[in-house]
Design a protein around this ligand. Structure first.
Ligand SMILES: [Ca+2]
Ligand SMILES: [Ca+2]
Ligand SMILES: [Ca+2]
Length: 134
């Protein structure tokens, strides 16, 4: 009986994850063609950068990422800070996002469709690049 319950709970959990993922996809998909183009993705990335850059000096520094846990923050900076100065400028951030986009676009057609988006979810959890999760 307990086992059944665990299975049901797991299914519910998986279902809620799927719903959340589709929600985000719908939000990103501005022209409603059911997939995310690189431009749609980068628009959103640019918005998220502006939000992170609290003092609007064009660079996101670790102290502006205090709300994130240290591990994720370090991973993000490590992944995106190409000139290794400890701060992320928008160009670096967008470059990392572009890389992210092409790694999600498994069939290389320039779009992230529903299947690709779903498949990338678990990967993103592992990679810690939560900023690109939306
Ligand atoms: Ca679209
Ligand atoms: Ca930098
Ligand atoms: Ca694709």
């Amino acid at each position: 009986m307990k086992k059944m319950l665990a299975v049901v709970l797991m299914m519910l959990f998986a279902a809620s994850l799927a719903v959340a993922a589709e929600d985000v996809l719908t939000k990103l998909d501005k022209n409603k063609d059911g997939r995310i183009s690189e431009q749609e993705y980068l628009d959103r990335v640019s918005e998220s950068f502006d939000k992170l850059d609290k003092n609007h000096d064009g660079a996101v520094k670790p102290d502006e990422l205090q709300s994130m846990d240290k591990d994720k923050r370090d991973k993000l900076i490590k992944a995106a800070d190409t000139n290794k100065d400890g701060a992320l400028i928008k160009k670096e951030y967008e470059q990392a996002a572009r890389k992210r986009f092409s790694s999600m676009d498994k069939n290389k057609d320039g779009y992230i469709d529903k299947k690709e988006w779903g498949a990338s979810l678990s990967e993103r959890n592992k990679s810690g690049l939560i900023l690109f999760t939306f």
